[in-house]
Design a protein around this ligand. Structure first.
Ligand SMILES: Cc1ncc(COP(=O)(O)O)c(C=O)c1O
Length: 387
């Protein structure tokens, strides 16, 4: 078969390096080996039962048609109410746009913001889909290197230092993937004020907000008139496969988002949206808090255990389920290291090059999305490898 050349823009899109490691892990498992997975960016817990029940009930009630494009009105209202109870921030339900996961929310908001030649400033390291989406839109990414001195988060000083007038938007995530660290409220406010003074968009990814183990950060919703926030039921609520996320948009942009949503996905999955209605009830909340405590215990264990065997981390991650570890005392290249450890010790984790440019080869990301028993086996095997 002769394959026709795909679009130029798609040629510039990179696949995750970890995918090749995951394929190797599958092969090892097919040969009967037990692989310890610390590369997975999704909770190992299944969806809480009340959410599953709500999804099943909706299907049995025949709710199998499209919802309105911007989402089920009851869910938009429930999310607006969540901002009031969780953050004391008033949001009009009209500002909530339901999307198929926050991946699509990102795509929608970036399509709204980015024209050919525009630059999006993103801290380095960061979640890589954003880079690829910006490129797909004909824009480019300004990688602003961050390190442990600012808890792997952008500061307004750094942003000013790297500023150029082609920048159209600043994209942040807190807690961050891959570092699990949080942007302090004052820093966020300073960045929002600076973006306002420059007349550029601020896009904040709060998908890991529920998974914070110490002081919870404030939402970026309403910080200025041009701030967009995205969030999702995937991680904290354990609903990765249901594909439901959302955008909190300033009102003047809703018509454009509506138009884009109509042409890209029409509406988010209906069963997922009905199921998500149960995400905010008390019974679900109790389950989610227990799970968060379990994640915290895993973080405490893994952070110390990695340090004990020679990985270097100067700041403890406060959220998400990731530890971004400096492996420079143990190897030359994190990707090669990840490949060899997988082949020889059957432990999988993600190379830093999936997330950034500066210093990425000297880092790897561990996800504590598996139970403590497995983490202990993983550490034992790693420590045998390191000797
Ligand atoms: C920082 C960040 N944003 C967005 C996403 C997309 O998640 P979803 O589409 O499941 O909401 C992910 C997934 O790993 C992520 O880590």
């Amino acid at each position: 078969m002769t394959k026709i050349k795909v679009s130029k823009r798609l040629q510039d899109v990179n696949a995750f390096h970890v995918m090749s490691l995951m394929a190797e892990a599958k092969q090892l498992e097919a040969q009967g080996h037990r692989v310890i997975h610390m590369e997975m960016g999704e909770p190992d817990f299944s969806t809480p039962q009340p959410i599953i029940d709500a999804g099943i009930e909706s299907l049995q009630s025949g709710f199998t048609h499209y919802t309105p494009t911007l989402g089920l009105p009851a869910l938009r209202e429930a999310i607006a109410n969540f901002y009031l109870t969780e953050y004391s921030v008033t949001v009009d339900p009209e500002q909530i746009v339901i999307t198929p996961g926050s991946a699509t929310a990102l795509q929608l908001v970036l399509t709204l913001m980015v024209s050919e030649g525009d630059v999006v400033a993103i801290p380095d390291p960061a979640y890589p889909s954003t880079h690829n989406l910006v490129r797909l839109l004909g824009g480019s990414v300004l990688h602003i290197p961050v390190n442990e001195d600012s808890s792997w988060q952008l500061t307004v000083e750094k942003l000013k230092q790297h500023w150029n007038d082609a920048i159209k938007a600043v994209l942040l995530a807190s807690p961050s993937n891959p570092t699990g660290t949080i942007l302090k409220d004052v820093q966020l406010q300073q960045i929002a004020d600076f973006c306002k003074s420059k007349g550029v968009f601020l896009l904040m990814d709060e998908i890991y907000h529920g998974l914070v183990y110490e002081d919870a950060p404030q939402t970026a919703v309403g910080l200025n008139d041009n701030t967009f926030v995205i969030n999702s039921f995937s991680k904290f609520y354990g609903m990765t496969g249901w594909r439901v996320g959302w955008i909190v948009s300033p009102k003047p942009y809703l018509n454009e988002l509506n138009k884009l949503a109509q042409h890209t996905f029409l509406a988010a999955p209906t069963p997922g949206q009905y199921a998500a209605l149960a995400a905010f009830n008390n019974e679900t909340h109790k389950i989610l808090i227990q799970r968060r405590d379990e994640f915290k215990a895993r973080r405490d264990y893994l952070f110390q255990a990695l340090a004990n065997i020679g990985f270097k981390m100067r700041v403890e991650p406060q959220g998400a389920f990731y530890i971004y570890a400096d492996c420079s005392d143990l190897c030359e290249d994190g990707f090669e290291f990840a490949r060899i450890v997988l082949q020889e010790k059957h432990v999988a984790f993600t190379p830093g090059i999936d997330f950034g440019v500066t210093g990425a080869k000297q880092h790897v990301r561990f996800a504590y999305t598996t139970n403590i028993e497995n983490l202990k086996i993983g550490i034992q095997r790693l420590s045998e490898y390191i000797g």
